[in-house]
Design a protein around this ligand. Structure first.
Ligand SMILES: Cc1cc2nc3c(=O)[nH]c(=O)nc-3n(C[C@H](O)[C@H](O)[C@H](O)COP(=O)(O)O)c2cc1C
Length: 201
């Protein structure tokens, strides 16, 4: 089949998210200007540069108690900081719980029963149980076409790696079964990996 998105897909569910898959999940912690911690998953997430290391995530739509966008983007706009926590299979239910559209004064760390630790380079909490966490300073918020579509780019200023996930000096995502998003309500986990040398290696 072929379809032009502006004309609709004619399928029971939108296939777009299933085509761009699997997507890593950026589980993003922020702190509001008044000191309230916030945590939410974003699968429109990726790395975009090595030197200096930079990541992006995108927020779509908004929530009833905000004029514009979601709490995560609002907090980052106010403070200039965020932390990306990596999600293991063991954290899937906690991650899912933090996706609820809670009022902005509710702390998702408490809602999901997660221990937090203070970041080292930014004033923000991180998820202690996450296999890795990236402390980020805001580079830019890009306004994308469409209602309240925003892409947030951050520079990584500190990286936490759980020691048990470092095997022979490599961060091993199979060790903790990295969780990734497919389309619809589907997820996958990374349980095996293979190596492929590049032609120039
Ligand atoms: C696995 C997963 C991935 C998600 N990815 C996104 C995303 O990329 N962009 C987005 O706007 N919302 C995404 N959501 C929904 C947000 O997590 C949800 O709207 C949340 O309430 C936002 O919280 P906040 O207002 O505290 O930022 C995702 C939800 C789940 C469960």
């Amino acid at each position: 089949m072929f379809y032009e998105p502006k004309n609709g897909h004619g399928l029971p569910h939108n296939p777009f998210g299933a085509i761009i898959a699997p997507r890593p999940i950026g589980w993003i912690s922020t702190r509001s200007a008044s000191g309230q911690d916030n945590l939410a998953p974003y699968s429109f997430f990726n790395a975009v540069a090595y030197e200096p290391p930079q990541v992006m995530f995108a927020s779509t739509s908004g929530k009833p108690d905000r004029d514009e966008g979601k709490d995560t983007v609002g907090n980052i706009r106010d403070t200039g900081f965020f932390c990306v926590n990596v999600v293991s299979e063991a954290l899937k239910d906690a991650m899912n719980a933090t996706s609820a559209a809670l009022p902005r004064d509710r702390d998702e760390f408490s809602v999901a029963g997660l221990d937090r630790a203070e970041c080292q380079t930014i004033p923000c909490s991180r998820v202690v149980a996450s296999p890795a966490a990236l402390e980020c300073k805001l580079v830019q918020i890009v306004e994308l076409p469409g209602k309240m579509n925003r892409m947030v780019i951050g520079e990584v200023t500190g990286i936490h790696l759980r020691d048990d996930c470092l095997i022979d000096g490599k961060f091993d995502v199979t060790r903790f079964a990295l969780l990734a998003r497919l389309g619809y309500r589907d997820y996958t986990t990374v349980r095996d990996a293979f190596e492929l040398s590049r032609p120039d290696d």
